[in-house]
Write a protein that binds this ligand. Structure first.
Ligand code: FAD
Length: 430
């Protein structure tokens, strides 16, 4: 079976690796001319880490990243810790995988190198402009057509494969929020010579400040040699501008009522970009013929529970497992042409059925987090803060039970086990 994947992002590369581990033929078409060392930090929650472990990638990821020991949620104005949630061993024990933080470029490089080592063909500088669903082909910028038995659109938020499947333009819609994303070298923060900043730098964990309409997230990457800061706030970019240069003076005005330590971090931000945050209404379908979508191409989400890439990774691994099961069936049957097309279509429907419910719940969870994180001063915020003081990530550490109950639906989800169950018992649908 020949699989064409458009996009060498985190989802596309995971799908390539999982497919090669199953001995399927893979070509990845990526529009950028190189896998560039760009980006900021990324968190890999346990459900994503578990997939990486099953694909034998977790050790390499832990080698470059670090396990989040705790997650501190702070009040925006005075920086008071509202909830300090233990994440290290308790999370690993309860959810079967660690919570990891890593530089996005390191993560992508690990996946890229592994995909190549396993024999995937990755063509850089190959921009897909269209998809021919009937022929299971993609069309490149220069007119070249690349055919396969399956085409997987892993081409992100602005996916052109999605337009081909839906047979209409499907631009993402604005969420009303945007993100400033910065990575600091440690020296820049050491130079602030500030005891509170130094205390933050000493933590192997995530710190978030929650406030009206905004929040901020800070954590170390690259063994504490660099630090990631993301500031989320109402979008002020013009309608059709996706990204622009960030402006520190503008940020300091916007965050003027916020905690002094955060403001010191903001004052030291190196040149950075601000990004419009978009998502999609739930799609009527993810697949047509032998063409399908994964990751941000079909379920982009607000990054408010660190799940976007984890979902893309889960999608990629599940798709490969289903397609491998089709390939095994074809090898047994012998009549490849007849079996493949209908069996692939069926596998893609199963994929959609398996993945739509958990990803939709996840996208909605991120929207609920926006409401909870961005509460204005007042009774509801006070109540939230009270609850956070007694909350934890796991049943073992959560005295109220709300947080761990919600988290466990996502963090304990074992995408590959669910897929295996479905392959073994195809009648077991939602
Ligand atoms: C501020 C912020 C913080 C985030 N933090 C986290 C986090 O902590 N944890 C987490 O799990 N997620 C996080 N996310 C979400 C995460 O980044 C995305 O969900 C994830 O990268 C999606 O992966 P993907 O492979 O689907 O798409 P992408 O990573 O977008 O990859 C798509 C790839 O396709 C290529 N491509 C696009 N168009 C074409 C074309 N026409 N032809 C060929 N190639 C093409 C692109 O160059 C790219 O390489 C965050 C997002 C933001 C904005």
């Amino acid at each position: 079976m020949k699989i064409i994947i458009t996009g060498a992002g985190l989802g596309g590369l995971t799908c390539a690796i999982a497919s090669r581990l199953e001995n399927l033929d893979v070509t990845v078409l990526e529009r950028t001319p190189d896998i560039l060392p760009v980006g900021a930090g990324i968190q890999i929650p346990p459900n994503g880490a578990r997939v990486l472990e099953q694909l034998d990638l977790l050790d390499a990821v832990l080698d470059k990243g670090a396990v989040v020991r705790s997650m501190d949620l702070r009040r925006y104005r005075d920086g008071r810790v509202l909830g300090a949630m233990e994440c290290g061993d308790v999370v690993w024990r309860e959810y079967g995988g660690p919570w990891v933080m890593i530089h996005r470029a390191d993560y992508q490089r690990i996946l890229f190198d592994r995909a190549i080592a396993l024999g995937a063909e990755v063509r850089l500088g190959a921009t897909v402009t269209d998809v021919d669903v009937d022929r299971t082909q993609v069309i490149l910028e220069d007119g070249e057509r690349v055919s396969g038995d399956v085409v997987i659109g892993a081409d992100g938020l602005w996916s052109c494969v999605r337009d081909g499947i839906l047979e209409r333009p499907s631009p993402p819609i604005e969420t009303g929020d945007m993100a400033y994303r910065a990575v600091f070298p440690r020296a820049k923060l050491d130079a602030l010579d500030d005891a509170e900043v130094d205390a933050l730098l000493a933590r192997t964990g995530v710190t978030a400040w929650l406030g009206p309409e905004k929040h901020a997230v800070f954590y170390p990457v690259r063994g504490g040699e660099e630090f990631n800061l993301v500031l989320l706030q109402p979008d002020d970019l013009p309608v059709d501008v996706r990204t622009d240069q960030g402006d520190i003076a503008e940020l300091l005005v916007g965050f003027r009522d916020w905690n002094g330590t955060l403001k010191k971090l903001i004052s030291a931000i190196p040149p950075m970009l601000k990004w419009k945050l978009c998502h999609l209404p739930e799609l009527e379908t993810w697949s047509k013929g032998c063409v399908t979508l994964l990751g941000d191409a079909c379920h982009p989400t607000l990054p408010y529970q660190a799940q976007g890439a984890a979902m893309a990774v889960e999608d990629g691994a599940v798709l490969a497992m289903l397609l491998a099961s089709v390939a095994r069936g074809v090898r047994k049957d012998g009549d490849s042409d007849r079996v493949t097309v209908s069996a692939i279509r069926e596998a893609l429907l199963t994929y959609e059925d398996l993945r739509k419910a958990p990803t939709t719940a996840n996208v909605q969870g991120a929207l609920r987090n926006r409401n909870a994180f961005h509460l204005k001063d007042g009774m509801l915020q006070w109540l939230r803060d009270l609850i956070l003081g007694w909350s934890g990530m796991t049943r073992e550490t959560d005295w109220v039970g709300l947080m761990s109950r919600r988290q466990s639906q996502t963090l304990a989800y074992d995408a590959l086990a669910e897929c295996r169950k479905r392959i073994d018992d195809p009648g077991n649908e939602h």
